[in-house]
Design a protein around this ligand. Structure first.
Ligand code: FES
Length: 201
């Protein structure tokens, strides 16, 4: 009788243990299922267009906003009339001044400022050499790396230089201009990154 009690006690213990293992097993079994659909959900969010309020660019001249789109930093900043004027003087120093390479410049941005609105720049902040993030040096002042600097981006990894339209200088390791992502304006203070203007390539 005492044995029976011991056995039934052990059985209860075993049953309880099995139940716990079973529950854990279900837990483990459920994880791969959840992880198996997580990446696509994540990818959907990561690839989704990003709505950006750029009103603050008006109030803080020289300010640069950085938003993430598809895992890449996208820079949005406002260029001054002087900076825009300087862009026109740089063609002779640049590798692809007219943005003829369509890999970095969608047709809607194939102009000097590489933009829909000349003063508002929207550029992917990844160096086209080996993927470092170039520094923002907007001041039109001599720099240690360029005595005639007209504002732009300087990549500290291997010294590539880009102007304020993201166009690459000649004689640097980066082979091409910085990428302009697809984007469009919803109104004067809102733009959407990830979707080109209606009817644009
Ligand atoms: S990664 Fe920018 S110059 Fe090499």
């Amino acid at each position: 009788m005492a044995n029976d009690e011991v056995h039934s006690g052990r059985r209860r213990f075993l049953t309880a243990t099995t139940a716990v293992v079973g529950a854990v097993g279900v837990g483990f079994a459920a994880v791969p299922f959840i992880t198996s659909w997580k990446p696509s959900a994540r990818a959907e969010v990561a690839g989704a267009p990003v709505d950006v309020d750029i009103a603050k660019l008006e109030n803080e001249p020289g300010m640069r906003m950085i938003v993430q789109w598809r895992g890449k930093p996208v820079w949005i900043f406002k260029r001054t009339p002087e900076q825009l004027k300087a862009l026109a003087t740089l063609d002779g120093n640049l590798r692809d001044p007219k943005s003829d390479n369509p890999d970095q410049t969608p047709a809607f941005a194939k102009n000097e400022a590489r933009a829909i609105k000349p003063d508002i720049a929207v550029i992917v902040g990844i160096c086209t050499h080996l993927g470092c993030v170039p520094g923002y040096v907007p001041e039109m002042l001599p720099q240690p790396f360029d005595s005639k600097w007209q504002g732009g981006f300087y990549c500290p990894c291997h010294q590539s230089r880009f102007d304020l339209a993201g166009r690459v200088y000649q004689g640097v390791p980066a082979p091409s201009n910085l990428e302009v992502p697809p984007y469009h304006f919803v109104n004067d203070t809102h733009l959407v990154i990830g979707v080109a203007p209606k009817g644009a390539a």
